[in-house]
Design a protein around this ligand. Structure first.
Ligand SMILES: [Cu+2]
Length: 460
């Protein structure tokens, strides 16, 4: 069911959302070839010449970093909106869209490259290849980033990651991911710009946020229940102009699967490509490059008229469910050039222009990173709202007993139902079969009318 829904979702988003589709296999930095590393490094230098996207993103990120909404509850921001501001939460979706914007700019320099990710639960040494002078090391001096590797840890453990995977509620997962070392760790451990609101100035930000994005994608594969209350995002609300172009409007609920952007994550020398339709909206030729094994099947479609190429140094397996339709142009090739000494990069490295960021002590003031302790405070959280999608009734479980009122709203904001409950952690709302299918919002308030928690659900 999910697969068909995804494909329909992809088709719908092509026509309605009008996001550009890229394509990429993002791999751990440790799995990138010398060719990919040198091309990516060059492209990172290159995209700061001309319209400086990276600086624009850093300034935007700094400007809308985080606001306490008590003064103006409508003011949006990008971070730390949970657990008490769930209706404004966009952390994971916003950063997914933002790193995709950078990846597209990099692919304009070289369509064969993708972002890589830094799994900071494994790679925890300042001497890892990621920090080599010919990888991300050179940016530290050339861009005045002021890194201080390893100074303020801690980086996450493998247990931190697996604990996240076990969480059932999306908003709890998002909150824990953001505040604890899986996200926070790499920011403080790297030092310099990274623990500040201008962190997107450091290229390692994109490697780190690719990892955060992969953790979300892995979680979504298991739980399939990422869901936002908010339907538009800052910068991607259809009004922001960069370099003469108005950026498309993005509903965070349309990008809860990274495949919407043609983004796949490879690990352990395997890239599994599934549930995707090649569209060429962004790239006239979608190139999926991975040094190790590419397995493609399970509803991976290259429709008539579409152009796609798989390229591996080692192995490509086309398994049942893979389809290249008559009239499509599809190639699967083994990259023999790269099997040996490595593809020779058409270097413009010699002509690199270094554009250091103007150092400003004030702008580099570190963020005070909040611990995730909020979840232990007095506010109840929804453990589950099931079934979701629902048909006739829905059962809501809180993590603690409470006197509360449950309200159900439709997406126009009209209240459909209201029921009060005393000293309970399990509430059943019945007689919902008459509702038309679509999205609804469930709001739990306490006896004083204070909003405790809000959750979006789907009527089948
Ligand atoms: Cu951020």
């Amino acid at each position: 069911m999910k697969k068909n829904a995804l494909i329909i979702g992809l088709i719908v988003s092509l026509f309605l959302v009008q996001t550009s589709l890229g394509q990429s296999i993002r791999k751990g930095f440790d799995e990138m070839t010398d060719y990919e590393i040198s091309e990516l490094v060059d492209a990172l230098y290159e995209i700061r010449n001309g319209p400086d996207l990276m600086n624009d993103l850093a300034n935007f990120h700094g400007q809308f970093f985080n606001f306490d909404n008590t003064a103006d509850p409508t003011r949006l921001d990008l971070h730390f909106n949970l657990p008490d501001e769930s209706s404004r939460e966009i952390f994971l979706a916003w950063h997914r869209r933002m790193i995709f914007e950078v990846e597209q700019a990099l692919q304009e320099v070289n369509p064969e490259i993708s972002l890589g990710y830094w799994d900071s639960s494994i790679y925890q040494s300042p001497t890892d290849a990621l920090w080599d002078e010919d990888f991300l090391g050179s940016f530290n001096t050339n861009w005045s980033l002021g890194r201080n590797l390893g100074s303020n840890g801690p980086l996450p453990t493998a247990t931190d990651v697996s604990n996240l995977m076990a969480m059932n509620d999306f908003l709890i997962f998002s909150n824990e991911l953001e505040r604890r070392p899986v996200h926070r760790g790499a920011h403080v451990w790297t030092g310099g710009a990274m623990p500040t609101p201008l962190s997107p100035r450091d290229p390692v930000f994109y490697f780190h946020h690719s990892f955060v994005d992969k953790v979300w994608q892995d979680w979504e594969e298991i739980h399939q229940s990422s869901s936002y209350i908010i339907t538009s995002m800052l910068r991607y609300d259809g009004t922001y102009v960069f370099d003469g172009q108005t950026l498309p409007s993005v509903d965070p609920n349309d990008i809860t699967d990274s495949r919407v952007y043609g983004v796949f994550y490879a690990e352990n020398q395997l890239a599994q490509l599934d549930n995707y339709i090649v569209s060429n909206t962004y790239n006239p030729e979608e190139i999926f490059y991975y040094q190790f094994t590419i397995d493609a099947g399970d509803n991976f479609l290259v429709p008539a008229g579409a152009v796609a190429r798989f390229e591996s140094v080692n192995e490509i397996n086309l398994t049942p469910g893979f389809e290249a339709a008559p009239g499509s142009s599809f190639q699967a090739v083994i990259d023999t050039q790269n099997a040996g000494a490595g593809k020779i990069a058409p270097l413009f490295a010699q002509n690199r222009e270094y554009k250091p960021y103007p150092f400003s002590e004030k702008l580099f003031e570190p963020i005070v990173w909040e611990e995730g302790g909020d979840l232990l405070d007095d506010k109840p959280i929804i453990i589950s709202a099931a079934p979701n999608p629902f048909t006739e009734k829905i059962t809501i479980k809180l993590n603690k007993r409470k006197d509360c009122v449950i309200e159900v709203f439709n997406m126009m904001g009209m209240k459909i139902k209201e029921e009060a409950f005393q000293n309970t952690d399990t509430m059943v709302i019945k007689n919902l079969y008459g509702l038309s299918s679509g999205f609804y919002v469930i709001r739990v308030t306490d006896a004083n009318g204070e909003i405790l928690v809000v959750k979006r659900v789907v009527k089948m």
